[in-house]
Design a protein around this ligand. Structure first.
Ligand code: OAD
Length: 250
């Protein structure tokens, strides 16, 4: 399907948007799929799992330092901007859930947002309860930073393979869906995500069960494409400004 006009959103309608790596692709951030699940010669799980960190924390920090260095130079694209603009129109009737850790949604102006996989520019202790802190440091090769409070290794504040999404984040999404579906129609738009990694990949079924209209915007049919009522094949930077009624279409 081609996107030629905005999704109709009445005065009592709510919008839940889920984004994945594809939304940042047009900003020059490589998707996980592009890399075939590999970073340099390492399977991504070696640099993005608690087991990988325990085995080789310096390798993990090299990976995240490289990602930080690359992400610092990128800017939001038209897809990020369209999402931030629709939030300004809908206010409390809007929520963005992103699997991206690159911070581009915030840079584009999104605020009502759940970063379900964490943030690349935050660090936390691997052992103690010291709160996560802002950290854009690109550590020198071989460096593993340690916690001022307890001396344990610091780690990126990212949800790795095999780790749970924060319960607060899941609760916030649930509360939004509950409120939205009791106050009017809910529309769900998933963009730039392969529909492979849970719980994000299961959100379409959860909201459909609550009566939501469901849209997928992706460069190719995602793994869970058949679960959506509408699929618009294309680049999110081109499709989202049309579907979300961004600049020029109001
Ligand atoms: P993937 O890399 O798995 O999928 C990106 C999807 O975006 C693919 O289906 C592409 O076809 C599509 N795509 C690429 N360019 C696009 C564009 N310009 N417009 C629209 N779609 C485009 O990324 P995610 O689904 O985000 O988790 O991956 C989910 C999670 O798996 C990630 O958050 C990460 C990874 O393991 C963690 O790091 C915890």
């Amino acid at each position: 399907m081609h996107a030629r006009s905005p999704i109709p959103l009445g005065d009592d309608a709510s919008l839940l948007v889920l984004t994945g790596a594809g939304v940042s692709a047009e900003s020059g951030v490589p998707t996980f799929r592009d890399a075939n699940g590999l970073w340099e010669k390492y399977p991504v799980v070696r640099v993005a799992s608690p087991e990988g960190f325990a085995a080789d924390p310096a390798l993990v920090w090299r990976f995240y330092s490289q990602r930080r260095a690359r992400a610092k130079g990128v800017v939001p694209n038209a897809g990020h901007v369209a999402i931030a603009e629709v939030e300004r129109r809908l206010g409390e009737r809007f929520l963005l859930v992103t699997q991206n850790v690159d911070g581009l949604h915030r840079q584009a102006g999104s605020a009502r947002m759940v970063e379900m996989h964490g943030n690349l520019f935050r660090t936390r202790c691997s052992r103690c309860a010291r709160p996560p802190f802002e950290d854009a440091t690109v550590y020198a090769d071989g460096t593993v930073p340690t916690c001022d409070a307890c001396g344990a290794f610091l780690r990126p504040d990212i949800v790795w393979f095999g780790e749970m999404i924060a319960t607060d984040d899941m609760a916030r999404i649930e509360a939004f869906v509950n409120r939205a579906t009791t106050s009017g129609p809910l529309t769900f738009v998933a963009a730039g995500t392969s529909g492979v990694v849970y719980p994000a990949a299961g959100m379409v079924n959860a909201v459909r069960a609550r009566g939501a209209d469901t849209w997928l915007v992706n460069a190719e049919p995602a793994n869970n494409a058949s679960q959506f009522a509408h699929f618009v094949e294309g680049k999110s930077g081109e499709v989202l400004p049309v579907l979300l009624g961004g600049r020029g279409s109001r």
